[in-house]
Write a protein that binds this ligand. Structure first.
Ligand SMILES: NC(=O)c1ccc[n+]([C@@H]2O[C@H](COP(=O)([O-])OP(=O)(O)OC[C@H]3O[C@@H](n4cnc5c(N)ncnc54)[C@H](OP(=O)(O)O)[C@@H]3O)[C@@H](O)[C@H]2O)c1
Length: 270
């Protein structure tokens, strides 16, 4: 244990502990693509990957050229967050990157969503993301970056995705404000706002088939590439892709009552 703490770390501003990157939601979709892209770009001493599916996380150990620590935690559970905080305290790592990509949505009428999911979306998308940001900050230093996956849903109210969109509005606002607070410490917070992206997200979010119209579907690898590009710039949020940017621009220009009407018409919903 002591040996770990006196490891010589090049380029680490804190000078102690292993340089690590942490990715939640690393078992699939956008988080998995980001986890896969980190070793070549940042060469951390260790990559910590978090999701519930331990088998998928362990598969990343075989796949990636850096030591991978698989942490199969359900982030809606307080004991998972406490275990991660305890691990950070034990290892005293130099956290260079935290990517909060764990998240889910439900596209259904608000009152039809099961109570477990109503609480679950808040717990994962907001509570876990916030507490993980807070947990890693003592181990971050100049040049560290926190990347939070929000959504274009953060920019507008979304009927039949009301709570999900509201959680993403929270993620965007939190990321930008905390990033501003951390500017003097040279620790960045980047919010990524993807449009529809082809992942397992929809198996859970759209089980009832409420959403029927997808004008565009991005590849998670594209979202990951745009995330890495934005991590190098001084942006506090990024909207990857032309259709996503156009939608974002319209939600800034048009009254949200009109934006919601258009969305409902596209989805053939009332
Ligand atoms: N796909 C889209 O159209 C889209 C658009 C905008 C934003 N986003 C956002 O992008 C992020 C990644 O989603 P995705 O599209 O890549 O979907 P995904 O493939 O379903 O990935 C979601 C990830 O979250 C993990 N996760 C779910 N519940 C969890 C829990 N209770 N505890 C810990 N981990 C949990 C999943 O792993 P396990 O199941 O193994 O736990 C998985 O790794 C989410 O925040 C989502 O809201 C997605």
């Amino acid at each position: 244990m002591a040996q770990k703490r006196i490891a010589i770390v090049t380029g680490a501003s804190s000078g102690i502990g292993k340089r690590i990157a942490i990715v939640t939601g690393a078992s699939s979709g956008i988080g998995k693509r980001i986890a896969e892209g980190i070793p070549a770009r940042y060469d951390p001493d260790e990559l910590w990957v978090i999701a519930r599916s331990g088998d998928k996380l362990r598969a990343l150990k075989e796949e990636l050229p850096v030591p991978v620590r698989a942490l199969p935690y359900d982030l809606t559970k307080q004991e998972s967050l406490s275990a991660i905080a305890a691990l950070l305290a034990e290892e005293q790592p130099d956290v260079r990157i935290l990517v909060n990509a764990g998240g889910y949505g439900k596209f259904e009428r608000f009152e039809a969503i099961a109570e477990e999911d109503t609480a679950g979306m808040l717990d994962l998308n907001c509570r876990a993301l916030t507490l993980l940001m807070r947990a890693v900050l003592p181990y971050c230093s100049a040049g560290s970056i926190i990347v939070n996956i929000a959504s274009v849903a953060a920019f507008q109210p979304v009927p039949y995705g009301a709570e999900y969109a509201a959680t993403k509005a929270y993620v965007l606002a939190l990321s930008r404000a905390v990033g501003r607070e951390l500017r003097s410490k040279k620790v960045r917070v980047l919010a990524v706002c993807p449009y529809w992206t082809k992942t397992d997200f929809f198996g859970r979010a759209n089980k009832e088939g409420v959403i029927t119209h997808f004008d565009c579907m991005y590849d998670p690898a594209f979202i990951a590439r745009k995330t890495f590009a934005a991590m190098k710039k001084k942006r506090d949020y990024v909207v990857p892709g032309f259709v996503a940017k156009a939608t974002h621009a319209l939600t800034k220009l048009l009254p949200h009552s009109f934006v919601m009407r258009v969305f409902l018409a596209q989805q053939k919903l009332k």
